[in-house]
Structure formats: C-alpha cells, structure tokens
Design a protein around this ligand. Structure first.
Ligand code: KIV
Length: 295
C-alpha cells in the first residue's frame, strides 16, 4: 500500500440519529419511503452511511457479486460474519441487516436462533433477514422471541432457485399471488419488522404493502412498496455476469476499473509511472557518502 497522502475531508454532515426498526415503522406510518442497499465491505458501507441510506443489507448476494460463486447456495456463516464485521466498522447510522445463509436456519429452530444471535454478537448487525413464507414462521417466532429483529423475504427467494426453476418472477397467477399475500400476513403475525418482496408483480406488491402494518422493501416489485433495495454491485455496474431487468444502473464501475488497470499497466510498461512526484529522493551529500562507503 502507498504512503497515505493527506486530503481535505468534507465538513461532517449534520449528525443523523441511528436508524432502528422503530424508524422503519414510523417511516411507513408517515408515508416516507425507506432506502436500503447491500454492502459487503468497509469503504462501501462508509460511503453509503455518509450518503444517508436508511439501511444496509449484508446480503448473501455476497456469494455471487463478491466471491464469484454461481449462486448464493455455497455461502457460509463464517463468510457472512466476516463481511458483516467489515460493514459494521464502516456504517454507524444505518440499520444493519445480516442475511442468514442457506442451511443456517432451515435445519432446526435451535440452530436458527443460535445463528441469528451470531449475526448480532459476532457480526455487529442490528437484525437478520431470512427467506421463505409459512414454513419459516416457527423459526421467525423463536428468533424474534430471543429479541432479534427479523426481516422476511418473499417472492423470488434465491436460496430456493432449484425449487423455483431458476431466477424467475413469482406470484404471477391468482393462486400464487394469494399464497404470497397469506405468507406476508403470516410473517407479520410471526413477528417480522419488515419484509423484502423480490420479483413480484407491482400491483401485487402494492396490495401486500397496503394490507401490512410493517413496511415492505421491494426489489423488482414496483413503486408501491414502502421502501426499495438494490444489490449495490448491480447499481454500480460492478457485476459483469448479468443485470436484472429491474435494476437501474447509476455507474459502470466495471468498465471504469478495467480502464484504470489498463492505464496503470501502460504507464508501468512505458516507464511513465512512477514519476518524480511519486519518488522518494536522497540528499546528495548522503548519496556521495554512501558511494564512498561502498568504495
Ligand atoms: O442477498 C441479497 O442481496 C438480497 C437482496 C436481493 C434483497 O437478499
């Protein structure tokens, strides 16, 4: 790593209050939209927190956009906790939600509570998220019973891609949509403080949002949700494999990075870098002394 160069830091933004699950509820009651983004590391979490995002999700999308896995299924508790700690060191205001990885909450209720607890104790998170509907209600009751806030996740649940037949929109038939409405009501009753709705028809997400007292956070679920979340690597154009239709790309950092790396390689190969301003000099007298010493 190079020697740090002092830079002028911007004046501190007006101190914001820590966002809590209560803030989520109040924002819904006031009709204010909730903003959420994913982060997996310290500098991204820091920038997001400074920008004023309400909540940061350390999503298990980590597996695909950072670790290069094919899908989210191989992600482990240890990998999640490692990245949660980095995010917690960067973000002090946003509500921090840790995503429970595949097989960390499905095997037994006891394991689900223990693993949820690790996100708070070892990962520095404020809450956990887990995927699934009625089949997860008992685990959610037990986790919230232990004092751990739970965010639900319905619709396209990537940990079930093999059961769903791939990354496909959900709730498109009347019967599938009815099941989703019932599941959302059950998750609210089980104690979730909020629910992510992923890849469901906009009018269904709007209806669910109106029927629940807890806020919904949409991703590919239209503008009727109480909040919105995106995978940051999609928003920044950092994930090269594919961009879901519902993503708005605000930058193309993958192309920017590739260009910066190519420029560096060219500078080094043509000896334009390092230049004088990147170089440590030695006093002439000391240099002469050295040459004399060496003979
Ligand atoms: O893992 C993740 O990033 C998520 C979001 C897509 C909601 O679950």
């Amino acid at each position: 790593m190079s020697t740090p160069v002092p830079v002028s830091t911007p004046a501190p933004a007006a101190a914001r209050k820590k966002v809590t699950t209560l803030t989520f509820r109040q924002k819904k009651e006031r009709g204010e939209v909730i903003t959420m983004l994913t982060a997996y590391d310290y500098p991204t979490a820091l920038a997001m927190d400074k920008a004023g995002v309400d909540s940061i999700l350390v999503g298990d999308s980590l597996g695909m956009v950072v670790l290069g896995y094919e899908n989210t299924l191989p992600v482990t508790m240890e990998e999640m906790l490692h990245h949660c700690r980095a995010v917690a060191r960067g973000a002090k205001t946003a509500l921090l939600v840790g995503d429970m990885p595949f097989m960390s909450y499905q095997v037994s209720i006891e394991q689900a509570v223990r693993n949820a607890g690790r996100f708070l104790q070892e990962g520095g998170m404020d809450a956990v998220k887990l995927e699934g509907g009625r089949e997860r209600a008992d685990a959610i009751r037990a986790i919230t019973g232990a004092g751990i806030p739970v965010m639900g996740h319905l619709g396209l649940t990537p940990q079930s891609i093999h059961q769903l037949g791939g990354f496909r929109a959900q709730g498109k038939t009347a019967s599938a949509a009815k099941r989703l409405v019932e599941d959302a009501l059950l998750l609210e009753e089980a104690g979730c403080f909020s629910i992510v709705l992923e890849s469901v028809p906009a009018r269904l997400a709007d209806l669910i949002s109106k029927r629940l007292t807890i806020p919904t956070i949409g991703i590919g679920a239209g503008n009727g949700c109480d909040g919105q979340v995106l995978v940051t690597h999609d928003l920044l154009g950092l994930f090269d494999r594919f961009t879901p239709k519902f993503v708005k790309q605000y930058a193309n950092f993958h192309a920017e990075m590739q260009k910066a790396f190519a420029d560096y390689i060219e500078d080094v190969e043509t000896r334009r870098f390092p230049a004088a301003e990147h170089t440590v000099e030695m006093d002439d007298r000391e240099w002469e002394g050295l040459l004399k010493e060496l003979g």
